[in-house]
Design a protein around this ligand. Structure first.
Ligand SMILES: CC(C)(COP(=O)(O)OP(=O)(O)OC[C@H]1O[C@@H](n2cnc3c(N)ncnc32)[C@H](O)[C@@H]1OP(=O)(O)O)[C@@H](O)C(=O)NCCC(=O)NCCS
Length: 389
């Protein structure tokens, strides 16, 4: 007999064991601080377990997030996280039951949108989610000797204590206008950006922290690990960027220049590079930058009016979505004739500016005056969710 309910505090270890197990990992020595961190990040009532008798066989959790929207505003978002079903219980509908509960909780918490990162792209479309932002899994090969133009900011090696002090302000400035970013509070910074455990390190060094400084003030930072290669051949180490932010192209170029010139580490890996990152335009040999486009943030738009009203628009438009017509820029429902029709699940593809309505039209997901819609939906910079949650 299966029972789905919120977990109690003493069930946190069992929840995490089930989850880590589903991802092929372990709790315990691998992540000694994990239970405490879980309690700091997940509000009571925001984690659910499916129980088969006494055994916890399914896990799912929710963060109450706030996400950047085009124009610099923010929108509350129910962030799905920590989803796993024990392999003995797979494909019996446990995920579907957990999704129903999660989406009900998202509504109860007043969130107009729900968001997630998917372990596999085939899972969440059936629950109404679509891709809202993409990123580039990027490896710079033979980075040493690659000259990055446009930098020039001073670089300062800082310890973790100073990084904790200065990073939040740089992040807020660098991402103020970027759709798809998470607004971070102090707990998020402490527990998610500076965590060290064997699980987080995966055999690499501790995180390094370097600031870009201009006129005495921080303008960017990079947080990275190093993975050494000890074979007595040519240097083969790899620097792995956790995140890098700069308030402008000069700061970003300065940090890329630094990352591409670390001795013994000619490979630079960053799994989550914004699609509009300028690096390929700042080097003479862009083929050394190997990029693979991947889906990143997925969204499900529960309250269309509120979501439309939460961003800025490049003009006026009436858009039909499902049975209703909405007018932009207000997002209010209208009885007017629509200029354009967008398939309900495809609204998430364009809401942050990741795709254009004309891209949808080519796939049969939008119709009407898509040239006008492109102008009204246009937004820059490209959406980017700098971290997996
Ligand atoms: C993904 C996972 C949670 C699915 O749980 P589950 O309880 O087996 O899923 P359900 O039985 O509720 O499946 C619901 C539907 O989704 C489909 N589905 C679920 N997971 C799928 C997958 N990985 N690939 C393809 N289809 C999948 C099922 O076939 C089913 O389809 P149907 O309704 O047409 O029959 C589980 O396989 C798991 O723990 N995987 C490893 C960890 C993971 O990837 N977690 C997700 C983190 S984002």
């Amino acid at each position: 007999m299966l029972e789905l309910r919120a977990i109690s505090d003493d069930e946190v270890p069992a929840f995490r064991e089930c989850l880590m197990n589903a991802f092929g990992d372990d709790t315990g020595d691998n992540d000694p601080d994990g239970d405490r961190r879980f309690r700091a990040l997940i509000a009571p009532g925001n984690a659910w377990g499916m129980f088969d008798g006494k055994q916890l066989v399914g896990a799912a959790g929710m963060y109450d997030l706030s996400i950047g929207m085009p124009g610099g505003g923010s929108l509350g978002c129910a962030g799905l996280t920590m989803v796993g079903v024990r392999a003995t219980h797979r494909r019996r509908g446990i995920l579907s039951q957990m999704m129903e509960l999660y989406l009900a909780q998202a509504r109860e918490h007043g969130h107009a949108i729900a968001g997630l990162w998917a372990s596999e792209a085939v899972i969440y479309g059936r629950y109404g989610f679509s891709i809202a932002s993409w990123d580039d899994v990027t490896e710079v090969q033979r980075a040493n000797g690659l000259t990055v133009r446009g930098g020039g900011d001073a670089l300062e090696w800082i310890d973790e204590g100073r990084a904790r002090e200065v990073f939040p302000d740089v992040y807020a400035r660098a991402t103020a206008n970027r759709p798809g970013v998470l607004r971070r509070d102090a707990v998020w910074w402490r527990e998610r950006r500076f965590l060290e455990s064997p699980f987080a390190r995966r055999g690499a060094s501790k995180r390094r922290h370097v600031l870009a400084v201009r006129d005495g003030a921080p303008v960017g930072y990079v947080q990275y690990r190093q993975r050494q290669d000890s074979h007595p051949t040519l240097p083969g180490g790899r620097s792995e960027i956790s995140e890098m932010h700069g308030i402008d192209t000069r700061a970003i170029a300065s940090l890329w220049g630094y990352m591409c010139a670390i001795d013994l580490h000619p490979n630079v890996f960053w799994p989550n590079v914004p699609v509009d990152d300028p690096l390929p335009l700042l080097v003479d040999d862009p083929r050394r930058i190997v990029r693979k486009r991947s889906d990143a943030l997925w969204l499900r738009i529960g309250d269309v009016s509120r979501t439309l009203a939460a961003r800025t628009w490049g003009g006026e438009l009436r858009v039909a979505i499902g049975d209703d017509v909405y007018e932009l820029p207000s997002g209010a429902k209208t009885s007017g004739t629509p200029h354009v029709t967008i398939a309900p699940h495809a609204l998430a593809n364009v809401i942050l500016g990741g795709l254009r309505p004309s891209d949808l039209a080519r796939a049969g997901l939008a119709s009407g005056d898509v040239a006008l819609a492109d102008r009204v939906f246009a937004s820059a910079p490209a959406p980017w969710c700098p971290e997996i949650f």
